[in-house]
Structure formats: C-alpha cells, structure tokens
Ligand binder design. Structure first.
Ligand SMILES: [Zn+2]
Length: 437
C-alpha cells in the first residue's frame, strides 16, 4: 500500500506554503486536516465528502471505450499501441478485505471505528475507490469491481495481486496491535485462480515468522514468483541479519522480493519509517536476491547509511545511487506505482523519465485502488510542470472516470520531460524475463 495523504502533506499549496507547513509539527497538521474535514463533513454531509475524495468507480466498464470521445480514444490508443500484452504486467495491485464472505482478510479495528477518525476516513476512502458499497459483502465487492476492471482492460496485460502479512515482533511473535491489515496468501491464490491467464498471485511472508522458510517453499512449489513486503508497516528491518536465511531461501527458489521503499504515510511510528530506507535492501541484494524497489522510493527521506547514517537524504536519491552501482544490474529494479500520486515531486518524476538508461530496469505498478481515489489524483501540477499538455489532461480526466487502471497506465505513458520532449520507454512497462512472470 502507499500513502493516503490524510494527515500527511498538503498537495495544493504553493512552494512557499509548503515550506511554512513543513515547520508545523506533523500532529498539528493532522489535527488541522481533521478539523477541516470534520467541518466539511458536517457542512456537506458525509456522502458528499466520500464522493469528493473517494473513488472513481461509478462507470460500468463493459463497453466503456466506445463511450469515450474520439480524442480520448486516440490518446488511449497511443498509450497502449507499442506495449506487448505478453510482457505488460502491473506488479502492484492490492486486494483488501475485512473478513466478510470467509476471506480470512482482516483490518485493524481502529480503521473501522470513528474513535480513530483519520484512519477511519482513510479506510472509507480506500473502500470507496475499490467499489465497495457496504461492509456486509465488502470482500466480495472488492474482487467483483477489480474483475470488472480487468475484463474491460483493453491493453490486455496481466495484474499481480498482493497478499499482505501481519506485523511481527523481533522475537517472531505476531504483533497484531501494530498490524494495519492482513490479506492471507491462500486468499490471494484463490482469487487469482478465477483467471489464471490475467491474475498473478503474489505472496507476503514476514521473515521473522517461525514458518517463513516453509511458507516460501510451499508457494514457490506451486509457481509463485514474487514476495511482497512493506517493511515500515510490517516491522521488517531488511538490513537485519534475521533476514539472511530468508534471503538465501529466496535466492535458492529464484523468487523476487517486491519491497516498499521510501516512507509510508499509513505508518505512524517514525522509527519504522527507516525500514523503508532503500539502502537497507543492500543486504538482500548482496545475498544475490532480485529486488524490486516499489515506488522507486519517491517519497520521504532516510538516513544515508553509506555516510555514517547521521544525515537524512531523499529516499529517491538513495535508490538512484544503488541503481547506478554496476554490481546491482540484473538484481535491482525500480517500480512505478504511486510515482504519479499528488504527493510526489514532479522533479523526481522528470528525473526518472530522463534516465533512459534505467528504463529497462523499471517495471510498472498501479498500487490499485489508489489510482481510483480522487483524493490523491491531481493532474494540474503535471501541466504546470510541462510534463503533460492541457488536451492530454482533458483526455485523462475522461479516462479516469471510465477506467482508473487504463488512466494510470495512460498517464505514465503520456508524461514527457519538458527538457528532452521524451517520455518513459515502452520497456519501463514491460517485465524483464528474469522475473519469470
Ligand atoms: Zn501498495
């Protein structure tokens, strides 16, 4: 998962406003956001608030392309024409649930209680973006909406569905209090079985679990190739020696680790943000494990561990430093999910676009359902930064309403560096053969 910016950063303020905001303590900003939201909710009504910030899920995507304006159809065509469907994979889509319909999924009770208003709102937005109408059959509705989107996906690619393990303590015991949500490997396997041609199951295994290695073997044995971590939320230190046996097993089984990098706004404990430091993944890479750095570490700052660990630098800079090390070629990959969300720097995005040499080592991800969430989608700043034209913006708005996954792909395909006039190469959206997907 990546960031719902409630309680995090403001996205619409000018740079002056942002630097002023940065001086206000985080808790105070969170209170401010909450206060404004409460006023808004009281004034406009909760359903309206959900409609404003919640999801693009109202259109039925059956023959959605025919309903688009010719201009938008042409933009969509351009976005997907040179992508080989056999290699087009979205490696980062979430399935979430509350445990209805016997799914085995779980979310922390605070996400479903008004006593934690920010977390409650965040979760409601998440459900709204996922097309979930009510809690009774939430898990079934989540899957139904995703299947609807995949059925209407004209690019013809495949999509990785991510399991999500609990947090564990260092002694290997389950840490339910610090777990945000849980999506069992078995559930992901079952959902993906609905359509093996298009859906790829990705397991999630906490390395401190006593049965971690057996769990890897079990799922590798039936063909699973990717393992998902969100270290900041799960309490995993990728640089810990406690991960060594796990890394050795990943390598032995030829599995790839898809790990969140950068800060994660759904996590509150500051010390845990350091677990998202890309440099901590050196340990996995030095064990010969293939690693996909989710989001290319495009949010936040982490300690520069290469320089003694006393200075904070942008997580993205640390990620890029590793991408530039020859020894990690063929091992380290970057992943494009969430890089276009409202809270990401447009300069960082432009740098990624201009680094053509790295595009064959990028893979695409949507971080679904985030591309369907009004609260984190703002196209204006791309136009202001010269990365997108106004005409393209109009077409993308239409696409967003019709099919958020097609929108997410088209947006990334359309972005152009104002300096070079070029965008991401098609290779950035196609999976390398070594991942075995
Ligand atoms: Zn994610």
């Amino acid at each position: 998962m990546d960031p719902l910016f409630l309680g995090g950063q403001s996205v619409n303020s000018s740079s002056v406003g942002e630097s002023r905001l940065a001086r206000i303590p985080r808790w105070l900003r969170a209170c401010g956001v909450l206060f404004l939201l409460s006023i808004w909710a009281a004034a406009l009504g909760y359903p309206m608030l959900m409609r404003a910030l919640g999801g693009a899920w109202h259109a039925a995507p059956a023959d959605w392309v025919d309903d688009l304006s010719p201009r938008t159809q042409e933009v969509l065509e351009r976005a997907i024409e040179d992508l080989d469907p056999d290699r087009l994979v979205d490696v980062h889509a979430h399935i979430a649930g509350i445990g209805s319909d016997g799914s085995g999924c779980w979310v922390h009770p605070r996400m479903r209680s008004w006593t934690s208003p920010l977390e409650y709102l965040r979760f409601q937005l998440y459900l709204s973006a996922s097309g979930v109408d009510g809690e009774r059959h939430a898990d079934r509705e989540f899957v139904a909406r995703l299947r609807e989107l995949i059925a209407g996906d004209v690019a013809g690619g495949r999509i990785c569905l991510l399991a999500f393990d609990h947090a564990y303590r260092e002694d290997g015991t389950l840490d339910l209090e610090n777990s945000a949500f849980y999506v069992p490997n078995q559930y992901i396997w079952d959902v993906a079985a609905i359509d093996r041609e298009r859906l790829i199951p990705v397991i999630s295994v906490h390395p401190y679990r006593e049965d971690a290695l057996e769990e890897l073997e079990l799922w590798a044995g039936v063909g699973v190739r990717l393992v998902k971590w969100l270290p900041n939320a799960m309490g995993i230190d990728p640089a810990s020696e406690r991960c060594d046996a796990f890394y050795d097993k990943l390598r032995e089984l030829d599995m790839t680790l898809l790990s969140h990098t950068g800060i994660e706004l759904a996590v509150h404990a500051e010390d845990r943000q350091e677990f998202g430091n890309p440099l901590r993944l050196r340990r996995a890479l030095d064990h010969g494990v293939r690693v996909i750095a989710a989001h290319c570490a495009t949010l936040g700052e982490n300690l520069d561990l290469d320089a003694g660990g006393n200075v904070q630098v942008s997580s993205f800079e640390l990620f890029m430093r590793m991408m530039d090390e020859a020894r990690y070629e063929g091992l380290l990959f970057g992943e494009l999910s969430a890089v276009t969300l409202a809270n990401r720097s447009k300069e960082v995005l432009q740098e990624l676009i201009e680094r053509k040499d790295l595009h064959p080592r990028l893979v695409n991800g949507s971080d679904y359902p985030l591309p369907a969430m009004n609260a984190v989608i703002h196209l204006g700043p791309f136009v202001s930064a010269g990365l997108l034209s106004e005409e393209e913006e109009d077409a993308l708005v239409e696409l967003y309403e019709a099919h958020p996954l097609a929108f997410d792909l088209a947006l990334k395909r359309l972005l152009r560096s104002p300096r070079t006039g070029e965008g991401f190469d098609p290779e950035a959206f196609l999976v390398p053969a070594s991942l075995g997907l």
